[in-house]
Design a binder for this molecule. Structure first.
Ligand code: ASP
Length: 450
């Protein structure tokens, strides 16, 4: 059985929804279909999820939200009219209004419940359309199917283990199962959404639960590319990539799938196939646990801004037992997650994401490190970008670091940090934020020889 997830651009209007249905019919193994909310029809358009957020915000601010909710209803009306399934419209409007009009007891819970309605109504509509053209399909409600979530200590939505058993029979009947992405329920029956783009996670959970042969993730590009196409035109397409490589590239800003989406399929070894709804015959990109082939030595190059460094120097640091442990403890107590920690003999640099280390925290962190660790020298910089070269094939080849470093050097880019993990799957360079795209371009040109 295949689980397929379709993103917002694949469901943006009736024309796109018809393409989705053709894709589903083309393979009888496609039994479970996860849908996002209708996305943008053109560059200026607004995603249904954003329209819903506007509804919730207006209500939360105590304002009238009729204009906002009418915009959401109009999007569904437009699609239902073109698909000739207007009979579903009262159900969609009632569902939307019931959730939007609900009494607000908790702002976050209310926002979650309204946000989820884009996916919910889209699943109802697609199921109705499929039945109208003679295919058995069922809207599957996440609560009835047992997709239970909770918030972890950081407020993030995480799945409750029992959900996998609850969901394991999906798609086993003769009906297509149309499942709304992006949300589940708490055990208390309240809606909980994942973070934005979270329908990818739903698809992955369902693929894991039913033991799918593949998790197909349908989007609007032919492939994942070796570099961001906004930096390099017509970049090298990736036909196959491992979960580990994907994770490394995602870390440095590759935004193909939601960051948390790979985990459920990764632990069960289920491959992910990224495909283009607008060009189904293109090969797409497979994410697998073990490669069958390598198209190139380097799989991808990516770069991301938004890092800060805390550099601490103390004479004879290397002799002081427990120094690093105490340093890390202070950061942990302040709720700051450490990304990397390159060190010298008498100095260490902690690399963190700026969003996890707000400026307001600087004073307390600096004071604690100074006082508790008896350190005189601390320097904070908030302008670091990370550039990564990723590829499992690099492990046994000599000279890639030399080529990369000299290409960057010849381009006049100063390397502030260099790091190669022992797994040799990636190399990381820290550069000034201002140079990040330039550095990615230089590295791509050198390593892909264009
Ligand atoms: N509709 C949600 C969003 O726009 C979730 C998703 O599409 O995956 O973020």
């Amino acid at each position: 059985m295949k689980v397929c997830k379709f993103g917002g651009s694949s469901l943006a209007d009736a024309f796109q929804i018809k393409k989705v249905c053709d894709i589903v019919f083309a393979d009888e193994d496609r039994k479970v279909v996860v849908v996002s909310a209708p996305g943008k029809r053109n560059r200026e358009d607004i995603k249904v999820t954003d329209l819903l957020i506007a509804v919730a915000k207006a209500h939360l601010a105590g304002q009238d939200y009729e204009k906002e909710i009418s915009a959401v209803i109009a999007r569904f009306e437009d699609i239902a009219n073109s698909l000739e399934v207007t009979s579903i419209l009262p159900e969609i409007e009632n569902t939307l209004r019931a959730v939007a009009d609900a009494k607000i007891t908790d702002d976050v819970k209310y926002l979650d419940s309204v946000k989820a309605m884009g996916e919910d109504c889209c699943a109802r509509l697609v199921a109705c359309y499929l039945n109208s053209i003679g295919h058995k399909a069922k809207y599957c409600n996440p609560k009835e199917c047992g997709l239970f979530l909770k918030h972890n200590e950081l407020g993030k939505a995480v799945i409750l283990g029992e959900s996998y058993d609850n969901l394991s029979n999906l798609g086993k009947g003769d009906e297509l199962c149309i499942f709304p992405g992006f949300y589940g329920y708490s055990k208390e029956g309240e809606i909980i959404t994942f973070s934005r783009g979270g329908s990818d996670i739903t698809g992955s959970i369902l693929a894991a639960a039913v033991g799918a042969s593949v998790y197909e993730n349908w989007t609007d590009v032919d492939n994942v590319y070796a570099v961001n196409p906004e930096i390099i035109k017509n970049p090298f397409p990736i036909t196959e990539i491992t979960y580990d490589e994907m994770r490394e590239l995602a870390y440095a800003g590759f935004s193909v799938l939601h960051e948390e989406a790979l985990y459920p399929v990764f632990v069960r070894g289920i491959p992910v196939h990224i495909k283009n709804t607008n060009n189904p015959s293109s090969k797409g990109t497979k994410i697998v646990s073990k490669r069958t082939h390598y198209d190139s030595l380097v799989t991808g190059v990516a770069g991301e801004k938004g890092f800060a460094t805390i550099t601490i120097s103390k004479y004879l640091m290397n002799k002081e037992v427990g120094f690093l442990m105490n340093l890390i403890r202070i950061l942990a107590e302040e709720g700051i997650s450490v990304e990397h920690m390159p060190s010298g003999i008498d100095s260490v640099t902690i690399i963190v994401r700026k969003k996890n280390f707000p400026v307001e925290k600087e004073e307390v962190v600096v004071n604690r490190i100074k006082n508790e660790l008896n350190v005189q020298n601390i320097k904070i910089a908030r302008d670091l970008a990370i550039v990564m070269i990723v590829g499992e094939a690099m492990a046994n080849s000599v000279g890639i670091m030399a080529r990369a470093a000299s290409a960057l050097g010849n381009a006049g880019i100063n390397l502030r940090i260099v790091n190669q993990g022992a797994s040799e799957i990636s190399m990381m360079f820290g550069v000034d934020e201002a140079y990040v795209s330039y550095a990615v371009r230089v590295l791509y040109k050198e390593l892909f020889k264009i």
